[in-house]
Design a binder for this molecule. Structure first.
Ligand code: ADP
Ligand code: ADP
Ligand code: ZN
Length: 210
């Protein structure tokens, strides 16, 4: 089962990707997490990506397709994978198809812009494994510590309100068109994102008949 999770920044893609990984036993591939790790490690990819991410802009398609192509070729992706945050442009979707990557379902988590700011101001992410928490909606068991790996929780620099607004503009301008792209081939599944995490999870499982 090869899945794509679509949605605005803060819609809940990372949170749902983690739950689906546990439920379905297939890896989640988060380009955002991979890029943050590359920045942390000071790699060439990280250096290229950082200035775009800091401004809330998309990292160029060739950089993204390089890391995604390598990742899906790994043995643990044989039985399927969950793409979280990629593709983000029609060009990236076409590049995936050109790599021969077949997609079963595209799940778009729908959330109005007005709700997103509260999501982002409360978001905390694990600096070690990338897991996503929220101060009130999804707090860790111990304050400031990741449940999964014990890593320290951090605030993402691009979750500052002005950068979030820029990312929303980028989403509406460049990413949302993917909904039409996948609807035309009958793969789009719309999910209401403004409901508790567990209910979003169940709605996704139902939509993909897993
Ligand atoms: P969110 O889930 O909050 O939208 P992500 O962690 O997916 O954020 O992405 C953070 C940033 O990383 C984006 O603003 C963008 O700069 C970059 N990025 C992640 N995935 C992609 C992609 N597929 N194409 C281009 N840029 C990306
Ligand atoms: P994305 O990967 O789409 O940017 P995240 O999964 O990181 O989004 O979620 C953004 C923030 O909202 C996080 O703080 C997360 O804990 C919280 N969150 C995710 N899903 C829900 C939900 N259904 N209700 C309330 N808060 C949520
Ligand atoms: Zn962690």
């Amino acid at each position: 089962m090869n899945l794509i999770l679509l949605g605005a920044p803060g819609a809940g893609k990372g949170t749902q990707a983690e739950l689906l990984t546990k439920e379905l036993g297939i890896p989640a591939i988060s380009t955002g997490n991979m890029l943050r790790e590359a920045i942390h490690n000071g790699t060439e990819t990280g250096l290229k990506a950082k200035r775009y991410m800091d401004q809330g802009l998309l990292v160029p398609d060739d950089v993204i397709m390089g890391i995604v192509g390598d990742r899906v070729a790994q043995p643990d992706c044989q039985k399927g994978f969950i793409l979280d945050g990629v593709p983000r442009t029609v060009a990236q979707a076409e590049a995936l198809a050109a790599l021969g990557i077949r997609i079963d379902h595209v799940v778009s988590i729908e959330l109005q812009d007005a709700v997103i700011e509260a999501r982002m101001t409360g978001r905390r992410v694990c600096g070690h494994c990338g897991a996503s928490y929220h101060l009130t909606a999804n707090p860790p068991k111990a304050e400031g510590v990741c449940d999964d790996c014990g890593g320290a929780l951090t605030i993402r620099p691009d979750d500052a309100p002005e950068t979030v607004r820029k990312r929303l503009t980028v989403y509406h301008g460049q990413t949302e068109a993917l909904k039409d792209y996948y609807a035309q081939v009958g793969k789009l599944r719309l999910i209401e994102g403004n409901q508790p995490i567990e209910m979003v999870h169940r709605a996704i499982l139902q939509a993909i008949e897993a």
